[in-house]
Every structure is written in C-alpha cells, then in structure tokens.
Design a protein. Sequence first.
Length: 331
Amino acid sequence: MNAGTHAPRIVVLAGGVGGSKFVLGVREAARRRWPDADGGTRAEITVIANTGDDLWLSGLRLQPDVDSMIYALAGVNDAERGWGRAGESERVAAELHAWGSGWPWFTLGDLDLGAHVARTGWLHDGLSVTQVVARLASRWPLGIRLLPMTDAEVDTHVETEQGRMHFQEWWTRHRASLPARGFDSPGIAQAAPAPGVLESLAAADVIIFAPSNPVVSLGPILAVPGIDDAVRAAGGVVVGVSPIIAGAPVRGMADACLAAVGIEATAAAVGRHYGARDHGGLLDAWLIAEEDAALAPEIEAAGVRAEVRPLWMRDLETSAALADAALDAAS
C-alpha cells in the first residue's frame, strides 16, 4: 500500500488512550500517502471503538474510550493528563461530591460532563448508541468514521478477592492492584455488532489492531458475536501492533489484565493469543518492537508474519511512523 496506489479502506479496532494516539497516527499517515484537495485524505478510515468500559455514573452514561477518541482527533484532549478535555474545570464534580454523588476518585471535568449530559439526553430520547456517537463526532471534522462496537450495554466487570466491581473501579480507583480473577461483560454473548461494523470489516483493504489492551480494550470488541468471524473472513490484510514492549505494557496496566487470563506479558504471547488467520486466528502480520526482535522466530513459528519496527508513540510523528509501518505490513 504505497502512496501511488488507490486510496484504501482502513479499519482500526481500538480502545483507550493508546488507541487514540495510534488513530491520530493513522489519520496523519493517510493524509500524507493519499492527500485530498482539502488537506485531508482520500482514504476511508473507520474506527471501531471499545464500549466495554462504558458506565452509568450519577445518572449519566459515560463512554471513556469513545470520548478519548473524539477529543484526541478533534485536538481538544488533555495531552498531559492523558484523558479528558484540555482547559478543564471541575466545579460541577466538586458539587456532586459534596452531595455524596458519584465516585470521589473518578473526577469528571465540566466540559466532559457536557458530553455526558448530551449523550444521556439523546439516549433517553430513543437514539441508539451508534446515532449518539455520530452526533458527538459531528461537532468536529475528525477525518474518520467512528463506530461503537455494539449498541448494547455490555459494561465490563472484574472478579477480585474483594468481590465483583466495575472495570473502571478496578482500573481507576485501585490502579489494577487487586489481583483479578477474570473479566466479564454481561450480555455480550447476546449483543450484536453496531450498524456498519461488519460491513466495514468486509470491505476493508486493511484491518489494524491498535496497540490497545488485548483483554479489556480489544477483547470486548472481538467478543461481540460476529466480529471475530468477520475479521477472519475479511478479504483485506489483518495487521496487529503489539501493546507490549520488552515485557512491559506500552501504557496502562495491561500486564495485570493479561495475568488474570493466563497470558504472559510478552509480544510473542499476545501475538499467539490473537493467532494466525491461516490457523483459525485473527492476524496476518504482527508488529513488534525492536527491543523484542529476538521473539520474531517464535511468532513466525506460530504462523504470523513478524515485523520488527519502532513502536514507541512519543508524538504525532512517531505515531504516524508506526501507522506507516502497519500500512506497509499490509502490502
């Protein structure tokens, strides 16, 4: 997929802040490879976002991964904190906490609350999650099509020694320090892919697994019935980017999630977890870091083509370079 070829249809499966950074890189790489007259790209980019970490809080519906994606692509995200809007205030959150509402360790900015109020109102008006995400995304020219993985509520919960809790409590309050026994998304076995998800996968020239958490970001997407089969059956090339570098997660606490489901925190183990499409798995190629080059033969032995590339996303340039590497791997 070089600059002189036709503009492709690119689908990215992503969740979390790392996924947002990667999607920014994909958009930038596509702009450079297939520019249009308006400064955008002729490539069609669809992002299927994780909604497994969605939740209800103080009567409002929150979609952390969807919002992180929108804010990052719009250029209004708080890059220093890594979540929420830039230039935030927290007066409403302080007032909610004074009333004993919500979680005192889960702070919502005032600008962010505006999105949650709008989303909740539209849902109460009868709009689907897909329609709500489209409305939220239409505020800014994002340059991509953003789809939720499903319109169903399939919030992720965690089983721990201290009991069952919402994923956000385990992740944000406890920082994944409580040993997890497993993860569960009630209702996901009966959920359906959101409108457009299966069609975008079937039409894609390349499908990319962002370097997102394999268990709680990409895992819920692939657990929606029909999505994993659509990836296996897709005519395009499926390329994954490892979220593990030198035995440690690129961001967050993916190692704690992997341990809970019995997967070693290595690039090779995560690649084997996804598996090779030739053997009933999901991947054609797997990008691993230069620090993990020695693992390439192990990955190749599992039937997945290993591509050794720099994986650190420090800024837009390095994110775009990583996206370029993923697109090259689809050649």
